[in-house]
Design a protein around this ligand. Structure first.
Ligand SMILES: Cc1cc2nc3c(=O)[nH]c(=O)nc-3n(C[C@H](O)[C@H](O)[C@H](O)COP(=O)(O)OP(=O)(O)OC[C@H]3O[C@@H](n4cnc5c(N)ncnc54)[C@H](O)[C@@H]3O)c2cc1C
Length: 310
C-alpha cells in the first residue's frame, strides 16, 4: 500500500472507463477496480450509442479497457471494493475483496445501479432482449411488431403512448382493473392503444424471443414480440454511505442516488460520482459523458491542491 493513487475509480462501466481514460490522458495515477457487472451486459447490443450503435456490451467494455492500456498511469484491476473510509489526514482508504487496501487522494464512484424488473415468469431470460425497460435502447429491434407495456400504475399510459413510436400495434396490460384518467383513456384511444386488464401469468417464446403474453386462469394469450416493463434501480452497495456521501430520492431509483453537483463532485471533499449511481438519465451515452466530466473536475482539483502545496 505504498502507492497513494491520485484517484481510485470504483466501477469500470461506461462511466468509470470514460473517467479513467480522461485521468490517464492527464497523467494522473489512477486505479480502476471493476467487478464486471455492468447493468446492460444481458442485452443484445448497446442501442443508441453514437459510433457503437448495436455493439454487444461486453465488446464495448473490452474496447474501453484496451484503450486504457495505452496510458501507463492507469491500472485496471478486476475485483470489488468492499469497504471504504475517509482518512483524518485527507483522502481515502478502500478495502478490496481480496483484502488489499488502497489509498487515494480522490475517489470517483462509478458503481452503476442494480436494475430490478418485475418478478414475472419469463422476464429474467428475456431481459434486455425481447423484454426491456427502455424503448430507446431496444425498441428498434422489435419495431413494427405487436408490442405491449406491462404497467398497471400511473406511468402505464404515458409509456404506452411512447412505445407507439416503434409500432402501430401496442397494448397496455394493466394486470388487473384499469383505473385510467379520462385524459389518458382519450389519448390512448387516439393513438389506437388497446387496454387489456387480464391478469398476466407469464411469457411464451423460444429462448430470449417473445411470442406471446400468457394470461392467468386460462385467460388465453396476446401475441407480442416485445414487452416494455417498469423497473426500479437500487444502489449496489453501502460504499457511498460509508464514504459520507449524501443521497436523495430521484427518478427511477428506488434507493437514493448519490448527490453531486454539475462537476459531479459530492459535498464530501475529494469524492466524485458519475453515471447511473447519481440518478442521471440511465444510458451509456450519458454515463460516458458523466465519467469524462467528473474526471476533468478531479484533475482540476488535484492540480489546485498541488499548487497550494497540500
Ligand atoms: C438490460 C439493460 C439494457 C440496457 N441497454 C441499454 C442500451 O441499449 N443503451 C443505453 O444507452 N443504455 C442501456 N442501458 C442503461 C445503461 O446500461 C446504463 O445507463 C449504463 O450502463 C450506466 O453506466 P455506469 O458506468 O454508471 O454503470 P454500469 O455500466 O452498471 O457499471 C458499473 C460497474 O461498476 C461495478 N461495480 C459496482 N460496485 C462495485 C464495487 N464496489 N467494486 C468494484 N466494482 C463495482 C459493476 O460491477 C459494473 O461493472 C441498459 C440497462 C439495462 C439494465
Amino acid at each position: 500500500m505504498d502507492t497513494v493513487w491520485d484517484c481510485i475509480v470504483v466501477g469500470g462501466g461506461a462511466a468509470g472507463l470514460s473517467a479513467a481514460l480522461a485521468l490517464g490522458r492527464a497523467r494522473r495515477r489512477t486505479l480502476v477496480v471493476d467487478a464486471g457487472g455492468q447493468s446492460n451486459r444481458p442485452a443484445h447490443g448497446v442501442g443508441g450509442l453514437l459510433g457503437h450503435d448495436g455493439r454487444p456490451p461486453a465488446e464495448l467494455y473490452e474496447l474501453g479497457r484496451a484503450e486504457l492500456a495505452a496510458y501507463p498511469a492507469v491500472e485496471l484491476r478486476n475485483g470489488e471494493v468492499v469497504a471504504g473510509e475517509r482518512l483524518r489526514e485527507g483522502g481515502f482508504e478502500l478495502t478490496l475483496a481480496d483484502g488489499r487496501r488502497e489509498r487515494a487522494r480522490r475517489v470517483l464512484l462509478a458503481t452503476g445501479m442494480d436494475y430490478r424488473p418485475p418478478e414475472l415468469p419469463g422476464v429474467a431470460e428475456r431481459w434486455g432482449r425481447s423484454v426491456f425497460h427502455c424503448p430507446f435502447c431496444h425498441g428498434w429491434e422489435v419495431r413494427e411488431r405487436p408490442l405491449a407495456v406491462l404497467d398497471g400504475g400511473q406511468d402505464g399510459p404515458r409509456r404506452a403512448l411512447l412505445l407507439r413510436a416503434w409500432s402501430d400495434d401496442v397494448t397496455l396490460l394493466t394486470d388487473g382493473p384499469a383505473e385510467l384518467a379520462d385524459d389518458d383513456a382519450r389519448r390512448l384511444a387516439t393513438l389506437g392503444v388497446t387496454v387489456d386488464e387480464r391478469p398476466v401469468a407469464g411469457l411464451r417464446g423460444p429462448d430470449a424471443s417473445l411470442e406471446a403474453v400468457v394470461f392467468a386462469d386460462g385467460g388465453g394469450e396476446l401475441p407480442c414480440n416485445g414487452l416494455l416493463v417498469p423497473v426500479t434501480l437500487h444502489q449496489r452497495s453501502p460504499l457511498a454511505q460509508q464514504l459520507g456521501a449524501t443521497t436523495a430520492a430521484a427518478g427511477l431509483a428506488a434507493d437514493a442516488v448519490v448527490v453531486a453537483d454539475a462537476g459531479l463532485t459530492t459535498p464530501v471533499p475529494g469524492l466524485s460520482a458519475a453515471g447511473d449511481a447519481t440518478g442521471a438519465m440511465p444510458s451509456v451515452a450519458n454515463a460516458v459523458a458523466a465519467g469524462a466530466t467528473a474526471a476533468a473536475f478531479v484533475v482540476h482539483g488535484l492540480m489546485e491542491e498541488r499548487a497550494d502545496g497540500s
